[in-house]
Structure formats: C-alpha cells, structure tokens
Write a new protein. Structure first.
Length: 354
C-alpha cells in the first residue's frame, strides 16, 4: 500500500482550488480499504473519501487521510424482461459510464449525461438533471464501513435519497450533536453502484429546454441517443466545462417554500421563476434569485458568478493564481446575505465544504 505525502489536490477537484493532502492513498479495490484499516495507526486516523472532486470546496490543506477512490469496472449484472441492471466501480467517470450504457443498447441514463464526477459520488448527492434523479434509476450499492471494515449493500430506501441529499451527506451517530445523526458521512466508502434501467425505455422530456430542442429539430419521437446529444448541447451552452473553467456545478440547492410563502413573494416579485411540486410545495429557481440580486458576472477575488448561469460559482484564475476556497465561501456568503435580505430565503450550498 503506497502512502503518498504532500499531494497537490488541484488536479483532483473541479474547482481547481490549490490545496494539498498531507497523506493520500489510492483505493483500487476493496482489498486496499482493508489494508488501510488493518494498520492500527491508519485505522484510527480521520479519513476523507475523495471521488471525482466535482462537488467539494477545499478551504485549506486536508489533514485527514485522503482515500482517493479509483475502483474500476463496469458490467451488465442481469437482464430481465423488465430491466437491465448495470454496475460500475465507484471510480469510473460518470459521463463515460452513461455513454457506455447507451453504446451497449441499455438506455435510461441519457438525461444525466455530462454530469461531472465519479459513479461513486453519484448517490452521495443524488445527482439529478432534466427530470431524472439518480434515485429514479438506483438499484443498490456496495460500501465498506471505515470504522469496522465491514462490507454491506444498501438499497434505495436505506440510502435515504431526497433532492441533492442522502445518508452519505449526514453525520454519523458518533459525530452528530446529541447522537441523533443517522447518516454515514465520513464513515462509508462506496465501492460499487448498481442501476436499474427499466424496459421498455420511455423518454423523459417534460423539461422546458428539452421541449425547445424537440421543437427546433422537428423530432417528435427522439431516440435515447438523440436525447443524450440534446442534453450535452444544453449543458455545454449554459454550464462551464470544468476542464476549462473551475467550478462545482450548481452551488446552491433550489429552495422549496410553502404555497403561502410563494404567494407572498410573488406579490412582491411577480417575475419569480417557480415550479409547483407534486407534494404541494413550490420550488424556486435559485439561479433566478441570485440573478435578480445582480450577481451574474460579479466576483470576489478570483471567485466569480458565471455569466450564463448565476447558480454556478466559478474560479476565474488558473494555476496557482486561482480562487481560494476562502474566496469562494466569502462570495457564497455574500450571495446568501443579499438573497436573504431581498427574498427572506436562505440558500443552502450544494457542495461539501472541506
Ligand atoms: N435562471 C435565471 N438566471 C440565471 C439562472 C437561471 O433567471 O442566472 C432561471 C432560468 O431562466 C430558468 C430557471 O432559473 O427559468 C432554472 O434554471 P435552469 O434550467 O438552468 O436550472 P437550475 O434550476 O438552475 C437545476 C439543477 C442543475 C440541472 C438543471 C437541469 C439544482 C441545484 N441544479 O438547475 O444541476 O442541470 O436544473 O435539470 O437543482 C448541479 O446540481 O450541479 C446541476 C448543474
């Protein structure tokens, strides 16, 4: 087991923030996790599980032992009359996995194309886009408990999925104030994820941007590949490519309010973008709220608000001259304050602050 020291983390986070890991171990398979845990000193050490680094803000060097998950492999587990069950190692690139499933003739993930990050990180924040969330396609995952070394499998209910949330984002009982936490944050290392792609395939098209693509192209019954291509075009047009401009996707969650709160805001702000949800609550477009407060294109230091989508914070610098995690968080707090002052809504950040 190779322990790398003083490892630059800039290549391993999509915000391209400069920071170092004091110690880093690459996890290529389950045995590597067991090797870490069988060493008494390392077993006790606080650990940080790093996937594709696409949903984190590094605010300094990481003192915890970084376990960088590089578990590979993808396969069809089972084909039944009702679904294809596919599996990927946690270290597989999410978008490459989506592309591969389509190439194999197993559609169902096309709406989730081009989301940065790894397969192992996808359940952590229950990734979602264009009308599909991971939980809609989720079958089960394998993980290892970093305290006990035990391997286990979780189904969707046990993962506690909700909008951009799961048990993996919540503190474990021992860490939570009052011991009430039910989460697995910092405790689970996800090794493999299985997805259920239902048959017969049905397109998910009810999203405005997709409807526009359909109208423009004149295609009324698109194939999975057609939808995949449209999703890639839509994302490339409004979201920055992390390979070019450092970012972590949407920085805040879209807040939900009661119909009464929404009516109150509409009375003051008639143009507010909102969507009525099935459970009776109303979702507000955080990007619109931030845009309305005049933040689009603004910066604090090298941290900025993306010109084409105000919900995305970006790193305007490159190399060593880029934004620090502190600048990103200062900008995020300033945005939260102005949105709160104008709309009375506290935006909740989506990435994990390390
Ligand atoms: N809007 C503005 N100004 C802006 C940005 C948005 O007025 O600067 C308005 C748009 O006009 C639109 C509405 O806000 O009417 C919603 O914008 P958009 O369709 O871009 O989607 P979003 O709600 O901002 C969410 C997800 C994205 C996902 C898209 C498509 C969250 C936090 N974000 O963005 O996910 O790709 O929908 O499904 O739910 C991510 O999580 O990292 C992510 C990129």
């Amino acid at each position: 087991m190779l322990v790398e020291k003083n490892v630059p983390l800039q290549p391993y986070n999509t915000f391209r923030i400069v920071a170092r890991a004091h110690s880093l171990i690459r996890i290529k398979d389950e045995a590597d996790v067991r090797a870490v845990l069988s060493d008494p000193a390392r077993a006790q050490a606080p650990k940080f599980v790093l996937g594709g680094g696409s949903n984190i803000v590094l605010t300094g060097d990481v003192k915890s032992l970084v376990l960088k998950v590089e578990i590979k492999g993808r396969r069809l587990v089972e084909e039944t009359p009702r679904a294809w069950i596919v599996e990927a190692g946690a270290g597989e690139n999410w978008h490459d996995f989506v592309t591969w499933t389509l190439e194999q003739g197993w559609p169902g993930l096309e709406n989730l194309a081009l989301i940065p990050g790894t397969v192992g990180a996808s359940p952590v924040q229950n990734i979602g886009a264009y009308g599909v969330e991971l939980q809609d396609r989720f079958e089960s995952l394998d993980a290892i408990d970093l305290q006990t070394g035990q391997s286990y499998t979780l189904d969707a209910a046990q993962c506690g999925f909700s909008y951009r949330d799961s048990v993996f984002k919540h503190a474990a009982p021992a860490d939570a104030a009052g011991g009430l936490g039910l989460g697995l944050a910092g405790r689970a290392l996800i090794t493999r994820v299985r997805l259920r792609l239902p048959k017969p395939w049905k397109p998910v098209l009810g999203y405005l941007d997709l409807e526009r693509k359909m109208a423009e192209s004149g295609v009324s019954e698109p194939t999975p590949r057609q939808i995949y291509d449209w999703i890639c075009e839509i994302r490339r047009a409004k979201l920055p490519d992390p390979a070019v401009i450092g970012n972590a996707g949407s920085f805040f969650k879209n807040p939900t309010v009661t119909p009464e709160q929404c009516a109150d805001i509409i009375a003051r702000e008639p143009k507010i973008v909102h969507y009525h949800l099935d459970d009776g609550t109303v979702k507000l477009a955080a990007g619109w709220l931030i845009d309305a407060c005049g933040w689009k294109g603004k910066s604090i230091g090298q941290a900025g608000v993306y010109e084409k989508q105000a919900l995305v914070l970006v790193n305007r610098g490159g190399g060593d001259q880029g934004a620090t995690g502190g600048e990103v968080m200062t900008l995020a707090k300033a945005i939260q304050t102005s949105v709160y002052e104008r709309f009375g809504i506290l935006l909740e950040p989506e990435p994990v602050v390390v």
